[in-house]
Design a binder for this molecule. Sequence first.
Ligand SMILES: Cc1cc2nc3c(=O)[nH]c(=O)nc-3n(C[C@H](O)[C@H](O)[C@H](O)COP(=O)(O)O)c2cc1C
Length: 371
Amino acid sequence: MKKIQLEKAGVQCQLQFFKKTDEVIKPSLFFFLKKGDLILWDYENHSQYKLDEPYIDRLIEIASGKPIVEDDITRHLREEGLLVKEKEETREWGWDELSWIFHQGTKNPPRLESDANNWFEAYLQNCQSKPSPKEAPSSSKGEAISLAPIDKKLFQSKSLYEVCQERMTSRTFSGEKINFEVFSSLIGATFGYSSAPWGKNGNYEIYAKHKVSPSAGGLHPFEFYIMVHHVENIDPGIYKYDPQAHCLYPFEKGDFREQLIHSLAGQNFVKDLSFGVFFVADFSRVWWKYEHSRAYRQVLLDAGHQSQTCLLLATSLGLLTWPTGAIQDKEVEKLLKIENDKFSPIFFVGIGTGKPNSFNEEIISILKSNR
Ligand SMILES: Cc1cc2nc3c(=O)[nH]c(=O)nc-3n(C[C@H](O)[C@H](O)[C@H](O)COP(=O)(O)O)c2cc1C
């Protein structure tokens, strides 16, 4: 076996074993081993097959360009759409096969609802047929810190339009202490429950509580770990926000700024943030309901919505913001002691005081020297 260089997808990396014959093995397949069985996954059609030896042999024969033997195996492969007429490769794709497989494999997932008349009954039946997961218990290392009640007056100095115009990514922070009431209001207003009900036409709070940001299926899969550097009344350290009680659970106290820089790909201006929030997805809150990997996309979209709410509310409080997706997963998992694969840090938003500059001195001097 020879290890090969990872290549970008595209016309130049067509798999060599699809030889020029009238029929070929369908390109959108991959093979993997599971408990000793070789599984063929047609990711475009969302079908999997356990391959017996004669089928493995036949696929190898066809792949190596040998004349195709006409028998039940070949007919079966054809019926299942695994043997197809050869077409010219037309895809334009700048990433590797992995992203192609994810992209194609999460397109057109099997539909739940059967028609427009009964889609909601089908949806409800599907939800009720599955046990929903329990929230993970908080692993706190000390007494909870109650946050101050949300003070909505703090958000009223600018219109939403002005806030949207003002929001920007800042990279020049000064590391000043943030007032406890301001901090509490931002965390509660962004990540807590909404004071508004689901709608005015019924009491739906019995199903789930409403939040400020939208979330696919109302599942809200994120937990929020807060890295406190400079916040009034709160010691530096790592905390977890509990939206139910509007409090912080101490997770680990101390100065974690060096680890944070390392965890965020060396972007060293994070050391001067007043605090930052890791958005950690709990995938199990989603996969019980949406079983197809398509839902992975929704989790990422949810992170974007949560993040934008946070950025806008922070801006309306006169704070500076810095979002990043440059998460070094292993490092963050170590920092937050995440050991279960169902949890994954997806995004980070840094908040602080300073100058509303897109670039700090260091970046500017590098830019100047590169002119
Ligand atoms: C998903 C996402 C990931 C980002 N990752 C980084 C990052 O790793 N480092 C950084 O300095 N900015 C990051 N940003 C900020 C963008 O660079 C910034 O939004 C963009 O340059 C536009 O500038 P603006 O936010 O001031 O409008 C990210 C933004 C988003 C939405």
